[in-house]
Design a protein around this ligand. Structure first.
Ligand code: HEM
Length: 238
């Protein structure tokens, strides 16, 4: 699976030759994926992710990642709720994606009923959540953060779900609820609709470029969270 994900997203030409072929014909969702795929690979091929997928990450490391997700998604969904009427960001916000209730279930399973007292955001998570918070005044930037997390959860996240179920014996009742999107119906169909929504956003060239830049930033912020967790939990794999 990391191999599958590691290929060029379309299996086609690299960014520079594709640009020469003319971006005007390429849907925005595809441009965004192409332009940010190398940042995806950096995040995906991280030691922490590798250890998680290979089943060598201790359960405490998985729990710590879920805890960090909680703080990031609290920010993501707070801003999302404030932007539901926005003509740009409001197009992607979907209540069926909201993850905080699932994360609360997972944290109760992983840490116990007193989970709130047992978790805290790391410095990279605080920086990430702060950046998401700033997008309350930057709806196009919010789209970048929304795309990076939710489309990732609907894609590679489903491999993580399987690995966590297998390695730690968890399920969607508590532990991997975060990755359970069954309420959305068919995931390929939902992702296709999401991409169509990205394509239909009323964004000029500069705003599109901003979404691309902010997506790269979102990947970097995510990679920093994982790198920090890797120092504690995935030292052999890192
Ligand atoms: C654990 C390691 C990871 C694996 C194995 C993985 C795997 C994948 C796979 C297989 C896809 C589908 C590619 C396709 O449609 O051709 C995907 C898409 C995606 N992943 Fe990951 N991923 C990982 C980590 C991440 C991380 C850390 C993020 C960001 C926080 C992320 C964000 C995304 C996004 C946004 C997409 C959608 C790209 C698009 O179709 O536009 N992934 N990933």
């Amino acid at each position: 699976m990391p191999t599958e994900a590691g290929r060029s997203p379309t299996g086609g030409p690299d960014d520079s030759s594709r640009r020469a072929a003319g971006e005007a014909d390429t849907p925005f969702s595809e441009q965004l994926k192409q332009a940010t795929w190398s940042a995806h690979e950096d995040a995906e091929q991280h030691g922490f992710s590798r250890a998680l997928l290979e089943g060598t990450l201790p359960r405490a490391g998985y729990a710590a990642m879920v805890a960090q997700h909680y703080f990031a998604y609290a920010a993501l969904e707070e801003v999302g709720r404030s932007l539901t009427a926005d003509p740009v960001a409001g197009r992607v916000v979907h209540p069926g994606l909201f993850r905080v209730p699932a994360l609360e279930r997972d944290l109760a399973a992983l840490y116990g009923a007193d989970w709130r007292e047992r978790i805290a955001p790391t410095a990279p998570t605080r920086a990430y959540a702060a950046r998401i918070g700033r997008t309350a005044r930057d709806p196009a930037g919010y789209v970048a953060h929304h795309y990076t997390r939710y489309l990732g959860d609907l894609s590679g996240g489903q491999f993580i779900r399987k690995a966590a179920a297998h390695t730690y014996g968890l399920d969607e009742r508590g532990g991997t609820a975060f990755y359970d999107f069954s309420a959305l119906g068919s995931l390929p169909r939902f992702k296709a609709r999401y991409r169509a929504q990205l394509d239909a956003l009323q964004l000029d060239a500069a705003a599109r470029e901003h979404v691309v830049d902010e997506t790269r930033r979102a990947y970097r912020l995510n990679a920093a969270v994982l790198a920090d967790l890797g120092q504690t939990f995935a030292t052999e794999a890192a």
